[in-house]
Structures are given as structure tokens and as C-alpha cells.
Design a protein around this ligand. Structure first.
Ligand SMILES: CC(=O)N[C@H]1[C@@H](OP(=O)(O)OP(=O)(O)OC[C@H]2O[C@@H](n3ccc(=O)[nH]c3=O)[C@H](O)[C@@H]2O)O[C@H](CO)[C@@H](O)[C@@H]1O
Ligand SMILES: C=C(OP(=O)(O)O)C(=O)O
Length: 419
């Protein structure tokens, strides 16, 4: 099993190119199921979840290939889908596999999708996806771990989800594009990956308004056609590199990055004393001195993202002063705390809150990646810790980060992948 070996203490200098967003790529790959025409995506990140999704689409009979000549380009062709099914073996590692449900049901009138796996950061039910599709007329049963869905043609409906759900909004949005009549999604998620998905769907001929707000209106059409689309930059990868530079110190330019989708994180970094400048398509971060501890609370976009909680906590571990980190989205998203404590951090968890007392120095140790973003936090901590840090079980990291250790090495980190 691959591990990362990090020797801490190096400043980070140079440039990093940010990849396309995992959480936009996954729904957009699934959106290709909505049409019999070819769909081409560019800026597709190279990561395990994308490979799993391509495999899932191929398993249904669709063509889904990454170009060898241009590795950020993926060609999709779902003209022939022989089995509208997502088996357990393929979906158990990845939450986003539930995103085939809406498109399959809308285009083929049936779908069999295993209840998804993904990060063990909470119970993560999919009741809102099911409730929304039922409101659109689908007949849905859950049996033996599978969602069995049928519908002649979905019918537009007004749907208010009980909570803001990102993949729930995406599934219902995709389903509604081919439904009969108008669908209104109230309490819709506003994460930037949703307007990005909507832009692809509009390029495919969908009629959508209000994407990026909490009310999305969709006029169903009979058919969608092919399109090409460039995936938005990954704001979570961007934020992870910002935290890494803030913690390790240095001066790094992030290319192909969007500051406007990361306001809450950038504001908190500035509060911590980190110098950040940004322009169209770039962000420059300078970590000059020991950061100041900053309290924050995760919430839906545009507030502080839960997917950045672990990485920012790693920064607070070595900051001057004490901070309070509150997680409001997932009930079990502090699994990185034990690992950070193994590196010498001073953290006490009480329910949804972690109290972090910054320490002057961390010391390298063997730690374990416990989920996707939780794996990035000991990497950041390892960059500043004295001595060697080994991060085990990095298959979690590989699910969602595009060659992270190569990118870190490119800006001067002493980090390597070992067996
Ligand atoms: C592939 C993808 O895009 N994953 C992201 C997506 O996950 P995901 O879409 O799974 O997260 P949701 O936004 O759906 O979850 C938000 C909250 O709603 C609850 N809930 C959700 C759906 C439902 O049917 N019932 C229900 O109770 C969840 O348990 C959670 O407490 O958004 C999360 C929150 O920004 C991010 O951490 C994930 O990286
Ligand atoms: C939690 C994440 O992924 P998933 O929703 O696929 O588990 C994540 O991207 O941080």
C-alpha cells in the first residue's frame, strides 16, 4: 500500500497548476448519460474517483475514455447503454456514484444503483435524492442495498429539500432537464460546482435558470445533444495548497485558480496573517511568519467549506494562540484529529467542536489517512513537523487529489511516495 514520506522544514517556492474540480468532474461525467451524442470534457483531473466513474460508465455500455495525447480531455459517448446499473463493487468507494441515478432514470426510464460508499464522515443518507425523484413521479424501492427506480417519463415538480445537499441538487437538476414540464428546486445548493454543471447542461440544450442561487428553475426538454465543456478549477485543491504554503512558509503562485470561489477561506487566511493577492486565474500566497490562530465554522457555500476544515485545522495546530473549529455539515468529520495529535498537536474535541491550542513545533510520526480531506491535513502538518512523517493509506488522498506529492515536490517540499 502506498505511503507518503515527508521530511518537514522546507519553505515552498514556485508555481503550482491547479487541476479541474473533482466535485464538478464527477457529476459532469454522469451528465453524459443524458444524451446519445458525444460529450467532451477538458480540464478533467487525474484522480481515482474520475477513473472509477469512467469505469462505471463503461460498465453500463457507454464509451468513456481519457485522451492519451491530451490527458485532461475525456470523451464520452452514451449512445448505447446496455445496462442502466451501478453495481456495489464499483460504487462502494465513491459517494458520487449516486449521480448516475437521475440521468439514467430521466433518459432510460429505469435505474438500479447501489447505495453509495464514500468517505466515512457521517451517515450520509440519500433520502433527499429519492424524495425528489419520487416527487417527479418515479417509482422507487430500496432493496438489498440497491435503489431500484422506474418512471415512464419524469414530470416536473416543485421540490424543497429538507437540507441543502450538493449531490442531491445535482441529481435532481440532471433528472429535471429531460422531465415533462417545469421543475423548481428550492433550497438548492449553491456550491460553484453546481453552476458549472448547469453550464454544461445548458450547452447540451437544457433550459435552466437560477443556477448558483437557492432556487433553480428547469424547463424540461425532449432531448439533449452533445457538447464540450471545460471544468472549473478545484477550489478545494486550491485551498489545500494555500494552507500548505501558509503553514510551511514561502511564496507560491497558484495558476488556473479562482479566488472568487474561495472567499471564506481566503478571508480566514488573511485573518491568520497570510499575504494573499489574486487576479484573473491566479492566486499568490506568501507565508512569512507564524500564522495566528483563527476560529471558523463550516457551512454551506459561500460560507467556509467542510472540505477545507481538516486542512485549516492543520494550520491552526502550529499557529500562535487558540482556535475553535466547528463542523456543522457532517457528524463524524474530526477523524484527522487523532492523527494530528500524534504529530504533537494540542486538540480537544467536544461534539461538533474542536478546540485547538497552537504549538510552536510539531514532530514527525507515522500517521494514517482516514478520509479524503483528512489525509491532506497530516500532509500539511508533516511539511512543518521536525523530522520524518509517514502518511499511510493514501488511497484516500489519491481519490481526490491530482498528483499532490508531485505538485508539492515541484515547489520544494521534501516528499515522496513509498511502498
Ligand atoms: C462528490 C461531492 O460533490 N461531494 C461533496 C458533496 O457531498 P454530498 O453531496 O454527499 O453532501 P451533501 O451536500 O449531500 O450533504 C450535506 C448534509 O446533508 C445530509 N444529507 C444529504 C443528502 C440526503 O439525501 N440526505 C441527507 O441527510 C448529509 O448527511 C450531510 O449532513 O458535498 C459535501 C458538502 O459540501 C462535500 O463534503 C463533498 O465533497
Ligand atoms: C467527502 C468528499 O468526497 P465524497 O463526497 O466523494 O466522499 C470530499 O471530496 O472531501
Amino acid at each position: 500500500m502506498d505511503k507518503l514520506l515527508i521530511r518537514g522544514g522546507r519553505r515552498l517556492e514556485g508555481e503550482v497548476a491547479i487541476s479541474g474540480a473533482k466535485n464538478a468532474a464527477l457529476p459532469e461525467l454522469c451528465a453524459a448519460l443524458l444524451t446519445a451524442d458525444p460529450v467532451t470534457l477538458t480540464n478533467v483531473p487525474r484522480l481515482q474517483d474520475v477513473s472509477t466513474t469512467l469505469k462505471l460508465l463503461r460498465n453500463m455500455g457507454a464509451k468513456a475514455e481519457r485522451s492519451e495525447a491530451q490527458p485532461d480531455l475525456v470523451s464520452l459517448d452514451a449512445s448505447e447503454v446496455t445496462s442502466p446499473e451501478a453495481p456495489y463493487d464499483l460504487v462502494k468507494t465513491m459517494r458520487a456514484s449516486i449521480l448516475v441515478l437521475g440521468p439514467l432514470l430521466a433518459r432510460f426510464g429505469e435505474a438500479t444503483v447501489s447505495l453509495p460508499g464514500g468517505c466515512a464522515i457521517g451517515s450520509r443518507p440519500v433520502d433527499q435524492h429519492i424524495k425528489g425523484l419520487q416527487a417527479m413521479g418515479a417509482d422507487i424501492r430500496v432493496e438489498h442495498g440497491y435503489i431500484l427506480a422506474k418512471a415512464k417519463r419524469l414530470k416536473g415538480a416543485r421540490i424543497t429539500t429538507d437540507m441543502v445537499t450538493v449531490t442531491g441538487t445535482e441529481n435532481l437538476l440532471m433528472a429535471a432537464t429531460l422531465a415533462e414540464g417545469e421543475t423548481v428546486l428550492e433550497n438548492a445548493a449553491q456550491e460553484p460546482e453546481i453552476p458549472d454543471l448547469a453550464e454544461l447542461l445548458i450547452a447540451m440544450g437544457a433550459k435552466i435558470e437560477g443556477h448558483g442561487t437557492s432556487r433553480i428553475r428547469i424547463q424540461g426538454v425532449e432531448k439533449l445533444h452533445g457538447a464540450s465543456h471545460r471544468i472549473v478549477p478545484d477550489r478545494i485543491e486550491t485551498g489545500t495548497f494555500l494552507c500548505a504554503v501558509a503553514a510551511a512558509g514561502g511564496d507560491v503562485l497558484l495558476r488556473d485558480a479562482r479566488a472568487d470561489q474561495l472567499d471564506a477561506v481566503i478571508d480566514k487566511l488573511r485573518e491568520a496573517g497570510v499575504a494573499i493577492e489574486a487576479g484573473g486565474g491566479w492566486i499568490r500566497v506568501k507565508g512569512q511568519s507564524r500564522p495566528k490562530a483563527v476560529s471558523f465554522r463550516t457551512s454551506e457555500y459561500p460560507a467556509f467549506p467542510t472540505d477545507m476544515q481538516a486542512q485549516f485545522m492543520a494550520l491552526n495546530c502550529i499557529a500562535e494562540g487558540a482556535s475553535k473549529v466547528t463542523e456543522t455539515i457532517f457528524e463524524n468529520r474530526f477523524m484527522h484529529v487523532n492523527e494530528l495529535v500524534r504529530l504533537g498537536a494540542n486538540i480537544v474535541v467536544d461534539g461538533h467542536t474542536a478546540m485547538v491550542q497552537g504549538v510552536e513545533q510539531l514532530s514527525g510520526a507515522i500517521v494514517m489517512a482516514t478520509d479524503l480531506r483528512a489525509s491532506a491535513s497530516p500532509v500539511i502538518a508533516g511539511l512543518v513537523a521536525q523530522g520524518e512523517t509517514v502518511v499511510d493509506r493514501i488511497y484516500h488522498l489519491d481519490r481526490g487529489y491530482d498528483r499532490m506529492e508531485a505538485k508539492l515536490r515541484g515547489i520544494g517540499a521534501d516528499i515522496e511516495r513509498v511502498k
